[in-house]
Design a protein around this ligand. Structure first.
Ligand code: SF4
Length: 332
């Protein structure tokens, strides 16, 4: 059992066009000390998955099913009060824009010490201040910045403060949703490198979400690829780079330039994701897949787990149902 085990997670949204499942049966696990990436196009459900795990879903979104087990304890059945000891102390979150995490009218030092005092039993103000200085040092910022307001810091520094805040109580899991997306590439590289170093030093696990697949392949131990609310493939960076199996993952990899390998033509993935209010029967990638057959439009592919990771596609596996269905579709 991993540190985090997510099984058959379902998140529903009520929209003017009807109810739809933004996350539909997603399963994965994260080991202790592992950096697990979630990638996919906008709207594929990766951030919604993170919000479901960290209980940050707000109406009209709601957790509709599945289980989330953290360190052997089921989280889905906990009340908000029962979940509170987990928030910040064991599971913390870094959101996309630092300004969404920081109070614009409070000094950085007060915001850091507030988190430490609110969740650390018996901590004195003096100890909290010392800890706040240590936290800024961890993200390579001088302690003098404790006196600053968020608007007095650059975007990169604000995001470093948020990362420092997420580390305040030494959580076992940090969920990072596009933590460097709004930053320039040089700042992004500095922050990402520091996150990787801190993970090694402190031993926490990370659920890292980004649409930047090349970055993810560089820093994550394993990566889950999501499409239209489903997990379609999971593998290590080596497995995906050496031979991604799902046609969607293959298309994503062809959509980015390679910095090291031979020059290849960059190709997008033609078409667009399906309408999730009325998703198609069978595989959700069928309208964009160059390998689609009849069975793909009638039978949803099941997840195949083997020594190359997980893939959900009718092209793979020894699933009896798949072969029977393919044979049946071919005889029609
Ligand atoms: Fe393509 Fe069929 Fe595999 Fe879906 S199940 S990715 S449509 S081959």
């Amino acid at each position: 059992m991993g540190l985090l085990d997510v099984s058959n997670l379902q998140v529903e949204y009520e929209s003017p066009r009807g109810m739809f499942k933004a996350v539909d049966g997603v399963s994965f696990s994260i080991e202790r000390g592992e950096m697990f990436g979630l990638a996919g196009e906008s709207g594929c459900g990766k951030s919604t998955t993170a919000y479901g795990i960290s209980r940050l879903l707000r109406p009209p979104a709601r957790l509709a099913g599945g289980s989330i087990v953290f360190d052997g304890k089921p989280l889905t059945s906990l009340t908000e009060a029962e979940f509170r000891p987990y928030r910040w102390s064991r599971i913390s979150v870094v959101l996309q824009s630092a300004m969404n995490n920081l109070n614009p009218v409070m000094r950085i030092g007060n915001q850091l010490t507030d988190v430490i005092l609110a969740h650390g039993a018996g901590v004195s103000v003096r100890d909290a201040l010392r800890r706040a200085e240590e936290l800024l040092a961890l993200v390579e910022m001088p302690k003098e910045k404790l006196a600053s307001y968020p608007h007095e810091l650059s975007g990169g520094m604000r995001q470093r403060v948020v990362i420092a805040m997420s580390l305040a109580l030494l959580p076992e899991l940090i969920i990072m949703d596009e933590p460097t997306t709004a930053l320039d590439v040089v700042t992004q590289k500095g922050i990402v490198s520091r996150i990787v170093e801190l993970k090694k030093e402190l031993g926490f696990s990370v659920l890292f979400i980004t649409h930047d697949l090349p970055l993810m392949l560089e820093i994550c131990d394993r990566i889950g690829i999501m499409y239209a609310g489903k997990m379609v493939e999971v593998g290590s960076a080596e497995q995906l780079l050496g031979g991604a199996r799902h046609p969607y993952t293959q298309g994503l990899l062809r959509s980015f330039p390679s910095l090291s390998g031979p020059k290849v033509r960059i190709e997008g993935i033609p078409g667009s994701p399906p309408n999730l209010v009325e998703p198609p029967a069978g595989c959700r990638f069928q309208s964009r897949c160059p390998h689609a057959t009849d069975v793909c439009s009638s039978l949803e592919p099941s997840a195949i787990n083997d020594d190359r990771g997980m893939v959900a596609c009718h092209l793979y596996g020894s699933g009896e149902g798949n072969h029977e269905a393919i044979a049946a579709s071919q005889s029609r």
